[in-house]
Ligand binder design. Structure first.
Ligand code: FES
Length: 100
């Protein structure tokens, strides 16, 4: 496991996702106040882009068919056996790093 700097905190808008690519992973970042959460960008239903979904509280709705995922746990609201990967986030000043 190592920390990889992926974005600046000042670049993230509250309530909007930001998609970053790290190696072969595509990850959606979401800012909630001074917290940042990172989940896989790819919806496990049929690969919708979660980073383009609307955020409501800690829930992001996939823009394609509206399955909702908890950005803090990756769990799907409608199908509890389904989830997306979550990645630990470290914030140092304006720098956001992921533990991958
Ligand atoms: S692709 Fe995400 S809900 Fe269908």
């Amino acid at each position: 496991m190592s920390l990889t700097c992926v974005a600046k905190l000042s670049e993230l808008r509250e309530g909007r996702g930001r998609v970053v690519s790290v190696g072969d992973k595509t990850i959606a970042l979401f800012r909630r106040g001074d917290r940042v959460h990172a989940i896989d960008n790819t919806c496990p239903h049929v690969n919708g882009p979660l980073g383009e979904g609307d955020l409501e509280g800690d829930w992001v709705a996939c823009p394609w068919h509206k399955w909702r995922f908890d950005i803090t746990t990756g769990l799907c609201e409608r199908h509890p056996s389904v989830s997306v990967a979550c990645y630990p986030v470290a914030i140092d000043g304006d720098e956001i790093s992921l533990e991958l």
